[in-house]
Design a protein around this ligand. Structure first.
Ligand SMILES: Cc1ncc(COP(=O)(O)O)c(C=O)c1O
Length: 394
């Protein structure tokens, strides 16, 4: 199990994603004492970097020693009182998990239906809000990229839907899977709260969740009497590091996050987005090629909604996806993901997210193609050549 792997195994799961060496090195420093001003500088650099990446000047960033579920919990606890309602538009697995967590915390959830392979329909969101004449719905919780289906929704269209319905609900965007891969501009989009986590486009280990909260959302949290402590934004709004984290900060993760943000800004955010778009094109070309074998296909029906983070590939009924993944991982050193929730067993996922480049993506595509051949899954004339041509044509 722990035998050395010659070379590197290609990790192409949509989180956790590969960690750049510079981030690993940054994390391997000794922690700081609580009174060291370098700790304040480190925290401020992470807050400023996240604000810059989220393109918000009007928000406060609160960070947690948590994963994405922790950031979800922070939003739920601050945005709605016990018994109050939020609207969760269906995107698949992740919208449903967020909705279930919201209900488990004693809030009510209004759902709009999930249409498999399609993004959130803003017209349906608008209607649900128009139907809420008493304005019982306090917020709309929208998943930007659903990491299981690989479908991205149009956050600007959801903002327009809320405005068209003349509804005061706050707009919360989950950018866990999209931040650092797809363009996102919190202030321009009119997003009131954005939430994310460290282990995807941010190229860090799991363990740092965060939210950016504008003044309107902060005021709503202030007025919300729901009992809470660790997640409370009002309690965390402090200049004192210890308070900002409601205790000891996850310092080494923050050292990694500061380094990772530095790498993104050094490359340039537009360039980072272009790189993700290119790697996505390579994967799309490969899937298109494989699909000619009649067995595989895109889960996301509308090409415009296929995310630049991850591509979900459908397989024929009865395919042993775990066996396919095991062959890819153990024989060819390509670690890809299965599909989750309602898609379990119906597909596999190729991530093009985080610290990637064409060589890694091409290697992954070739390894997956080899695994498909081993498992006897038809791939037509193959997809690797298509990906190569797409790269050469770029
Ligand atoms: C879109 C989205 N939101 C939330 C989560 C939950 O994050 P975590 O697994 O870090 O708790 C994930 C995890 O993959 C995700 O993809």
């Amino acid at each position: 199990m722990n035998a050395r792997i010659p070379g590197r195994r290609l990790l192409i799961s949509p989180g956790p994603t590969p960690i750049p060496d510079a981030v690993l090195h940054a994390m391997s420093q000794q922690p700081l004492d609580h009174g060291d001003p370098r700790l304040d500088t480190l925290i401020a650099a992470c807050e400023q970097g996240l604000k810059r990446l989220l393109r918000t000047e009007a928000s406060d960033v609160f960070m947690y020693a948590s994963n994405g579920h922790g950031a979800w919990e922070a939003v739920i606890e601050n945005m709605a009182d016990l018994g109050q309602a939020v609207l969760v538009p269906g995107t698949g697995h992740f919208s449903e998990q967020w909705a279930l967590q919201t209900e488990a915390l004693g809030r009510r959830v209004v759902r709009t239906p999930w249409r498999e392979g399609w993004p959130i329909d803003p017209a349906v969101v608008e209607q649900a809000l128009r139907d809420d004449k008493a304005h019982a719905i306090k917020a709309v919780f929208a998943v930007h990229t659903d990491t299981s289906s690989g479908v991205s929704s149009d956050i600007a269209a959801i903002r327009r839907a809320i405005d068209a319905a003349r509804h005061p609900a706050l707009l919360v965007a989950d950018v866990v899977a999209s931040l650092g891969a797809a363009p996102f501009a919190m202030d321009d989009l009119g997003v009131d709260v954005a939430l994310g986590a460290s282990q995807k486009g941010l190229m860090c280990p799991p363990g740092a969740g965060f939210v950016a909260v504008n003044a309107r959302a902060f005021a709503a949290a202030q007025a919300n009497p729901a009992p809470r402590f660790y997640w409370d934004w009002v309690r965390r709004k402090s200049e004192i590091s210890y308070r900002k984290f409601c205790g000891t900060a996850p310092q080494n993760l923050l050292m990694g996050l500061e380094a990772a943000l530095g790498l993104l800004f050094q490359e340039g955010i537009d360039a980072v987005h272009r790189r993700h778009a290119l790697l996505t094109r390579l994967v799309h070309a490969a899937v298109q090629g494989w699909s000619e074998g009649g067995a595989l296909g895109f889960f996301a029906q509308d090409p415009a909604c296929r995310s630049v983070s991850v591509t979900t590939v459908t397989v024929p009924e009865g395919t042993d996806v775990d066996a396919l993944r095991a062959v890819a991982r153990e024989r060819f050193q390509v670690a890809m993901a299965g599909a989750l929730g309602p898609l379990t067993g119906r597909g596999f996922r190729i991530a093009h997210l985080g610290d990637g480049n064409p060589a890694v993506t091409l290697g992954a595509i070739a390894g997956i193609e080899a695994a498909l051949l081993v498992q006897g899954i038809p791939v037509g004339g193959g997809g690797t050549q298509h990906a190569l041509r797409a790269l050469a044509a770029d």
